[in-house]
Design a protein around this ligand. Structure first.
Ligand code: G6Q
Length: 536
């Protein structure tokens, strides 16, 4: 989008505002016809998007196509994948970086769209394969000659949430003899709880930090290294590093093995880089990691399709913009009917809200429309027994993105009272979607369901590594498309800086000698006194 173009300046904005005054009524008798259901379905890379339960009709979809075209969303996505410098605020000092997370999985063709970063990713993945082979064939063992059977993944934010959520999602395919634990919080109890559960002698510690300077990660690494020393073990023979070239952690003599991620890959988009795949390779094996990356790569390619109704990520993004900017919904819930996806919403929360929680445009001007929504979620059916009351009858309209699978992962299921657990799970998902859309009248107002609560369903056969890769890339592309549409920079995170700076100031005050405190009249000191924290 050009400098002058805020979303409100895009020609099709006003026509869409007019259409939004009378959005499609999902509660009508024939509203959810079989024909509508068939037509409002888009399938890409093994994932189906069923969106008949959105408040759109053909006219709105045509308007959203124009919106995507007028904002040049596909063109920008193509430029991003080919290495354009997208992470910038024009006219102001900013990160000035390419955005190339997609290059990490562009591994399945002779001609990657951006060969330099893809080439680097290929050589890192070859190094990872060699490392995993050594673990498998017994060339790499601990000092007593025993195989490594456990990994502690240490990292925070983008270096934790994505890897952890996909590990949880794919645990069903994990190698039975390998365990993975995560430590992220600087809360000492996080590391202490994990250290109690592992045998350090057969454990690898995967320290992941792009910057190599993150307080929490460095503190946890030091704490875990201390635990090794206390047992007479050499931590350098157990710790791996995943970091940026030239970072303070880029010191191969301190680590059993070092892997690299690149400047052009932001933390929250780094799951398919070494940030995620070293741990996933250990847990699942190399072949399944490749399947995961292949799923992501298929979705990246599909995201370049210009036709909205055939481009799943673009459609998901534009339906989100319709609900958020035109129908006025301020949050979106991602409700996975899959226990394995129980941390996926947490990852999306970061990926979406850190990317699109912005108030200035890519030209430093204040934006006048809502940008990123509040994203939240929990797995179904658990959520049904908790917050769904508000989703059905609350005053806040919450668009819902349901995620489900036709088959379970473990295929350990039984028919109880005529149906399997998987059938019960999917039946609940479908029922919730209909209930939210159609509602139900009742003469008792307390039992009335107004309906017209927009929702959609993402459905795949089974949560396999490939499907997980596709699902991840789908959401990454959705977030990027929406950011382009709002003309904001979805790739920096200045909003997390202020808190970090203040935390170091408060910490410095805590560490300062007792005598200096008397005359300190800063607001930080006043807060410390009020909080009755012990000052050293
Ligand atoms: C993500 C953010 C942030 C980052 C963490 C960890 O996009 O940049 O969540 O991932 O702060 O950073 P390091 O990997 O540098 O330790």
């Amino acid at each position: 989008m050009d400098k002058w173009q805020a979303l409100t300046d895009v020609p099709v904005y006003q026509p869409l505002v007019r259409l939004a005054q009378q959005p499609f009524d999902l509660t009508g008798l024939e509203a959810l016809s079989p024909a509508r259901m068939r037509q409002y379905c888009c399938s890409v890379a093994g994932i189906d998007l069923l969106y008949a339960t959105q408040r759109v009709n053909d006219e709105v979809l045509a308007g959203l196509q124009e919106l995507a075209d007028q904002c040049k969303l596909i063109e920008q996505f193509r430029q991003m994948r080919r290495g354009a410098v997208m992470n910038r605020i024009h006219g102001f000092p900013s990160e000035e970086r390419q955005v190339l997370h997609t290059a990490c999985r562009d591994l399945f063709t002779e001609n990657p769209v951006e060969p330099i970063t893809s080439g680097q990713a290929r050589s890192e993945i070859a190094r990872l394969k060699a490392f995993l082979d050594e673990l498998d064939n017994g060339t790499l063992v601990n000092s007593q000659g025993h195989p490594f059977d456990t990994m502690i993944h240490v990292g925070i934010g983008g270096s934790d949430l994505g890897p952890r959520s996909v590990y949880e999602a794919l645990r069903a395919y994990g190698r039975p003899a390998r365990k993975v634990f995560f430590v992220s919080n600087v809360d000492p109890d996080d590391a202490a709880a994990v250290l109690r559960r592992v045998n350090l002698a057969t454990t690898l510690v995967n320290v992941v930090s792009k910057s190599g300077t993150t307080l929490e990660t460095l503190t946890n690494e030091a704490l875990i290294r201390r635990a090794y020393e206390a047992q007479g073990l050499d931590p350098d023979r157990h710790c791996l590093a995943v970091t940026g070239k030239g970072s303070p952690m880029d010191n191969p003599t301190r680590y059993l093995r070092s892997f690299y991620m690149f400047d052009s890959i932001g933390g929250r988009y780094s799951l398919t880089s070494m940030v995620g795949v070293v741990m996933l390779g250990f847990a699942l094996g190399y072949e399944l990691v490749l399947e995961f990356l292949e799923g992501a790569s298929l979705m990246d390619e599909a995201a370049e399709e210009p036709k909205l109704r055939q481009n799943l990520p673009l459609l998901l993004a534009m339906l989100g913009v319709w609900n958020h900017n035109f129908l006025g919904a301020s949050t979106v819930a991602v409700l996975s009917y899959s226990q394995a996806l129980h941390r996926f919403a947490a990852h999306l929360q970061q990926c979406d809200m850190e990317s699109n929680g912005k108030s200035v445009s890519r030209y430093g001007e204040s934006v006048h429309l809502m940008t990123g929504p509040i994203l939240w979620g929990e797995p179904g059916t658990n959520g049904q027994h908790a917050f769904y009351q508000l989703l059905h009858q609350g005053t806040e309209i919450v668009p819902v993105e349901f995620i489900g699978f036709r088959q379970s992962q473990y295929c350990e299921d039984l028919e109880i009272e005529g149906s399997s657990s998987q059938q019960k799970l999917v039946a609940n998902l479908l029922a919730q979607s209909l209930a939210m859309a159609r509602g139900q009248d009742n003469e008792n107002p307390n039992k009335r369901f107004t309906g017209n609560r927009p929702n959609l369903i993402l459905l795949a056969d089974r949560l396999t590594p490939k499907a997980m890769g596709a699902l991840l890339a789908l959401y990454e592309a959705k977030i990027v498309f929406q950011g382009f549409c709002w003309n904001i920079n979805s790739f920096d995170q200045e909003g997390v800086q202020l808190g970090k700076v203040l935390a170091s100031r408060v910490l410095a005050l805590m560490q300062k000698g007792g005598g200096d405190h008397g005359c300190d009249s800063s607001v930080e000191m006043a807060l410390l006194r009020t909080s009755k924290m012990k000052l050293e």
